[in-house]
Write a protein that binds this ligand. Structure first.
Ligand SMILES: [Zn+2]
Length: 250
């Protein structure tokens, strides 16, 4: 190596020695934690709520066919006939009150409310609707809680089979916005009936024959109703189902 190259190497070594002399290694303290700076969190947008359109109660033959497709009645109804002024639950309890058997009334469903728009029109050409109220309240005899469609369909089939097609099922009252049930309570605000939620119907036969109502009430139990009451002039039948008032947040 020439003198010029050796001098350059010596100089380089001297610089390195000087740098190493400046580095202090403190073995007594742990290494400082490594700080990792994360990018700022960004909010995840909430999904846009889907607002389902509410449907006006209606008698829709297509909806009726869809909801009742495949509904089969039990082959034989062996539930005992229900004497006049007696009531019974589906599991055979003759003492239990309606509110305990099927759930208490949650509210009075008023026309054009959210719960009202969830009622369905039970239109069946073989069922008779009394429709004795003046318009537009007469159509309320067709309005029921959706869970009542199948029991009513089965009951209609059972009535046809029981009396050989000579007797028709008649609905004299279903949903009621007029608070005309429980007239003994003079204060409309405290009147109590599952008719106000569309969870009860009053049933008769046509021709009217009170002697058939013990059997009609029994058939209602076999059809899927949860509590029935033979009120002499009609059979009151109700279902256990989530109140539409509850579904609508009332
Ligand atoms: Zn009733």
């Amino acid at each position: 190596m020439r003198n010029g190259g050796r001098g350059w190497l010596v100089g380089l070594l001297a610089i390195a020695a000087a740098m190493l002399s400046c580095v202090k290694v403190d073995l007594s303290s742990p290494p400082a934690p490594v700080m990792v700076v994360l990018p700022a969190a960004t909010a995840i947008p909430s999904p846009t709520p889907i607002v389902w359109p509410t449907l006006s109660p209606r008698s829709d033959p297509l909806l009726f066919r869809v909801m009742t497709a495949g509904v089969q009645p039990p082959p034989i109804c062996q539930f005992p006939d229900l004497p006049t002024e007696q009531h019974v639950s589906r599991d055979g309890d003759y003492d239990i009150r309606e509110s305990l058997a099927v759930g208490r009334m949650e509210c009075h469903v008023t026309r054009d409310s959210c719960a009202y728009n969830r009622l369905v029109g039970k239109l069946d050409p073989s069922i008779i609707y009394k429709k004795e109220e003046s318009s537009p309240f007469d159509s309320e005899d067709l309005l029921v809680h959706p869970a009542m469609v199948q029991p009513l369909t089965r009951l209609n089939q059972l009535v046809q089979a029981e009396w050989g097609g000579t007797v028709q099922l008649r609905i004299t009252d279903a949903y009621d916005s007029l608070l005309s049930h429980d007239p003994t309570d003079s204060n409309p605000a405290t009147r109590y009936s599952l008719h106000y939620e569309g969870r009860a119907v009053d049933l008769t036969t046509l021709p009217v024959d009170y002697d058939r109502y013990p059997r009609l009430c029994a058939l209602a139990i076999c059809a899927g109703f949860d509590w029935v009451h033979n009120e002499t002039t009609h059979c009151h039948a109700s279902i256990k189902a989530t109140s539409l008032c509850e579904l609508c947040g009332n």
